[in-house]
Design a protein around this ligand. Structure first.
Ligand code: PMP
Length: 288
């Protein structure tokens, strides 16, 4: 069935949802976006996603021109119009139509697009079994370039690392920052478990402040598992008892090998498995 796409205030058939070739989102990657889940007919952590969207837009001096409340209503409307009970929402705000120069202030108004689809992002078997990763040579963007906390339409930094992963025959790569500390994966946040304690790189190490990351940290705390944010090195990853990634697409996924070193005996470890289960219980409203 054709999707109904929300674009600049109205829901239109997917074949009529079009953007201009002069849109600076297309010409320069000038814009911001969010990927959001729907679980059991509820939009997952929408407020947190919108907070990040508005903060990213603020950094880019992009005025969304709608209030978070209006954007919430538009998102809910789009999910309903497409009967999405379990699926994925893509919310995109581009700088809008401008001229061929990069000057963003020549763009009249932003373009706002909401897509809601009932899709399964990663094969469930893969996430259940855990994934192999490599460490990427491409470092994460320097914080004085484009701050990694900004979820912008320019994903080339992550895409270069993703290509390294795919070339190596694995689905993900761990990215390091300009100081050599772990930042994040190409589309997920990184955690390790060592001696029953969870460690996560601080956001300042160069990662997006993941919505799933925050939820998983809350759930870990509730389970009485201590979580410490500190800089991690490649050594820490290699000798971790467990390694797992979190993200809207990946949810909670165990890493079973990094750069040819097996982790937790080649299968997701007990803390990873517990948090994966708790995450689904929470996401589907089976636990508060
Ligand atoms: N880092 C990057 C670079 C990402 O693209 C994502 C996915 N949006 C994440 C981390 C995880 O964030 P979230 O849990 O909010 O999806």
């Amino acid at each position: 069935m054709a999707l109904k796409i929300w674009i600049n205030g109205s829901l239109v058939d997917e074949s009529n949802a079009k953007v201009s070739v002069f849109d600076h989102g297309l010409l320069y990657g000038d814009g911001v976006f969010e990927g959001i889940r729907v679980y059991s007919s509820k939009i997952f952590e929408l407020d947190a996603h919108l907070k990040r969207l508005y903060e990213s837009a603020k950094v880019l001096r992009l005025n969304i021109g709608m209030t978070p409340q209006e954007l919430t209503e538009a998102t809910v409307q789009t999910v309903k119009a497409n009967n999405v009970a379990n699926g994925y929402i893509r919310l995109v705000v581009t700088r809008g139509i401008g001229s061929l120069g990069i000057n963003p202030f020549n763009c009249e108004k932003p373009q706002i697009i909401i897509i809601a689809d009932s899709i399964q992002l990663y094969p469930a078997e893969l996430c259940e079994a855990g994934i192999r990763v490599i460490s990427a040579c491409t470092i994460r963007n320097h914080p004085l370039a484009i701050p990694p906390q900004v979820k912008s339409l320019n994903y080339l930094n992550n895409i270069l690392a993703k290509i390294e992963a795919l070339d190596a025959g694995v689905p993900e790569a761990i990215m390091f920052n300009h100081e050599g500390f772990v930042a994040e994966a190409t589309g997920d946040n990184v955690f390790i478990v060592k001696n029953a304690v969870i460690y996560a790189p601080p956001i300042q190490a160069g990662s997006l402040e993941g919505v799933t990351r925050a939820v998983v940290m809350r759930l870990a705390k509730r389970e009485g598992i201590e979580t410490i944010e500190k800089n991690l090195t490649r050594f820490d990853l290699y000798v971790a008892d467990e390694l797992f990634l979190t993200g809207t697409a990946a949810e909670v996924v165990g890493v079973i090998e990094i750069d040819g070193r097996p982790i937790s005996g080649g299968k997701p470890g007990p803390v990873t498995q517990l948090l994966r289960k708790k995450f689904f219980d929470y996401a589907h409203g089976r636990s508060k």
